[in-house]
Each structure stands twice: as C-alpha cells, then as structure tokens.
Design a protein around this ligand. Sequence first.
Ligand code: NAP
Length: 447
Amino acid sequence: MSEIIDAVRAGASGETLAATPMPATTRAAFVRRDEQSMFEGVASRDKDPRRSLHVDEVAIPELAPDEVYVVVMASSINFNTVWTSIFEPVSTFGFLDRLAKEGYWGRRHALDYHVVGSDASGVVVRTGSAVRNWKVGDEVTVHCNHVDDQDPSSHDDSMLASNQRIWGFETNFGGLADIAVVKANQLMPKPTHLTWEEAAINALCNSTSYRMLVSRNGAPVTQGDRVLIWGASGGIGSFAVQHVLNSGGIPIGVVSSASKAATLRELGCEFVIDRQEKDYRFWKDEHTQDESEWRRLGKDIRALVGDDPEIVFEHPGRSTMGASVFVAKRAGTIVTCAATSGYMIEYDNRHLWMKLKTIKGSHFSNYRESWAANQTLIDGKVVPPLSAVFSLDQVGDATYEVHHNRHEGKIGILCAAPREGLGVSDPARRAAVGEERLTIFRRHNEE
Ligand code: NAP
C-alpha cells in the first residue's frame, strides 16, 4: 500500500493528504487487449469473468486539469463489468481507441489494458488546475457520466452529448482500483450515514432508475401509477421499487425466487410475482412468441393490483419485451434501458399503436439527475441494496455472481478500505434512517 492510501485510511486532513506523495502505480482490476478474443466460440453463459479479469499494479496516468484522483475506498460490480469481462456485445477496447482520437487527454485511455468499474466512494487526493468545487480531503461518491462540457451538444441534457461515455466502461481508469481518475463533474457528496461499501454501490443504478421513473426525461411516476418492474430485486430494479414507492406509485415486482420475493416485501413492495413459480414461457421456441403467455402475465397483474400497469420498467430485453408491450395499459409507457437477454427485440406492434402506448429509451442520467438521486440517499429516502461484499482481489468471483444472476441488489467491492463497516461519519443520522432498513439485502442474503 502507498503512503497516500495509508494517510486516507488514517483519516488525514486535506492539508496532510495534499503534502503526501502520490505513487506512480495503483492496484486495479482490468481486462487485457491481447485476451479480447479469448472467448471466441464460447457460449455467453460459459464466458468466465474469473479468467478475463486480472488484478495487478498499473501506471497512474497524468491528471487532466478538469480531473481529480480519488482514493477508492469501495466500488461495486455493475452489469457493464460483466459485458466488458466477457467482451460482449463488443470488446470495450474499441471505445478506448475512439476516445484516443479526441486528442492529448483522450490518448491516455487507449492502453493494452482496460481498468473497469463505474462506481466508487472515496476521498479526493489531488485536484487538477481547473477544478473549482472540490478539494483534497473531500469524501465523495462518483457517478459515471463522462462528458466533455466544452461540447455544445452536452448543454441541455448531457446524456444527449455526442461524446457522452460511461466511465470505467467506455473510458479507462475506472473505479475498481485503489486510485481512480475522475472528472470533477462526476463527483457528489458521500452520504455521511453510510459505510464506504454502502455508499459505493448506488450511483450507477440509482441514477439510472431515477431518470427512468422520476425525471421528466423518463416516464415519471405519478400517484397511484402501477409500475411493473422486471428484476425488481436486482441492481436497477431495487432502486426502481424505492422510487416508485416514494412517488406514491404501486410497484409490482417480478423476481425469480421466493427469497428474492421476501427481500422485496421487506423493502415495501407489496405486490410480487415470482416468474420462476409462474413459469411464464413467452417464447415457444427461438423464433415464436406465445401471446397466451403474455395474456397470462397480464391477468396475474390485474389479479394483484386491479388494472394494467401505466408503466413497465424494462431491461431484460428480448425475453420479456413482447410481454411488456402487451401488458402495459392503454397509453402506457414501456421505459427501457437495456437488453440483458438479447437486443434484437420482437413485439406485436398492433398492441403498441392501437392502444397508443410508448416505448421510451433511457440511458444512465445527467449530472443534475445523478445529484438528485444521490440526495434521495442522503435524505434516507432510498437505502442501498448492498447484499454482499468482496475484496478487489475477488473481483472475478463477484462479477461471475452477477453474470449468473446469483446475487440480489448490489455487490460491493472493498478497494482501499481495509475492512467493512468503516466510513460512517454521522452515526446519529444512521440511527435515524434505521439499521434494519439499511441492511435489508444483507440480512436476506445471509439467511
Ligand atoms: P442485475 O443486478 O443482474 O439485475 C437484473 C435482474 O433482471 C436480475 O436480478 C433478474 O431478476 C432479471 N432478469 C435477468 N434476466 C431476465 C430474463 N431473461 N427475464 C426476466 N428477468 C430477467 O442487473 P442490473 O444492474 O439491474 O442491470 C440490468 C440491465 O440493465 C443490464 O443489462 C445492465 O447492463 C443494464 N443497465 C443499463 C443502464 C443504462 O444506463 N443504460 C444502467 C444500469 C444497468 P430475477 O431473476 O429475480 O427475475
């Protein structure tokens, strides 16, 4: 460990941290360019992140004027780390090579390794010369929207920027490392009542679900709206449930086991469908869907909540989209941000146009939305769905768990933090939010 990490761990002041030397290298999790074809001919399911993700020392790049170095106390596994580690749907080295074309600072990213990770909590240890609102010693969380704010296309909604990227997926130097490189406009205050690992797991998924279900850029929920949420105890789903409840809506959570259903109920989701138990077969075979199965899901939803859902929170993609379009209420919205099971989607368009439904695409969130989503955590209105914690050295195992849908909520990764449970600077606030609520996913996972 370096002096700067020791100093952060010891709770050194900003002044001391600024005077402590930076190391030339950091421990980081990465995939290798010379291994990007290693899974050719292997079925998706069998592509093993434990083989492709490596943890070793890598060089820390020069800091651009609008960036900071963050000592990462904790990070998390997102599904994009699964995608990078199995080189699907494309190798992420192509993203790095495109970024390199943007000039001097972009060129730093096109290396023979890609340091992954799109979440972090930690401490700022250096600021670039153009950083104004943050200083060394600040405790932060990091959202993953990476934009060049000198590009006019980024000024309205930065998710519309032509050079918008996801940090640690479409850029190098991500959060699964002891030291990360972050643009100052990715920083947000760390909620003081959360541990490092609880604070690290939210920004990507919480912000995504916030944009989809709260922001005017998505399909904002209004009081009484019924919202069908696929994967409701997963990463984005567990935040979606909380945002719907906070907006006065009625979440109908779909999960695939009784234990996940129990977690959801404790989170406050009264209406839960266990898709495993129901055994929906939306596809008869690879090419043919079964409308009677869509209808069965629709009936199950009506039996639970009395009507069709005004909003469907979509992300499984190919396996569920036909059903999602069918069950949405007349004039309802299917808001989608992903296609885990396949992106070549098929649905019956008659159900869309005749019933005046809308499919709305959504992707991560802009800084304002991420900040507002972070505020829901600070206010204790949303709790982190942390179910398990792994060390950085176990990043392959943790990614394997997510790839095989063996987790609930989010998996945290300890980076520079020496152990779990550290980082709470306001225990009174933690008590007010409630230890029970803060540990719902952890307790259910350990049962
Ligand atoms: P996750 O933690 O793995 O949760 C996904 C959940 O979806 C699983 O828990 C599973 O729940 C459900 N699921 C998986 N396959 C399914 C299928 N074939 N049919 C029905 N349900 C299925 O992942 P996540 O973090 O929530 O991310 C979900 C997807 O969104 C990923 O593809 C990810 O890349 C994407 N994403 C996109 C953005 C964006 O900004 N565009 C942001 C975050 C995530 P059950 O088995 O319990 O039903």
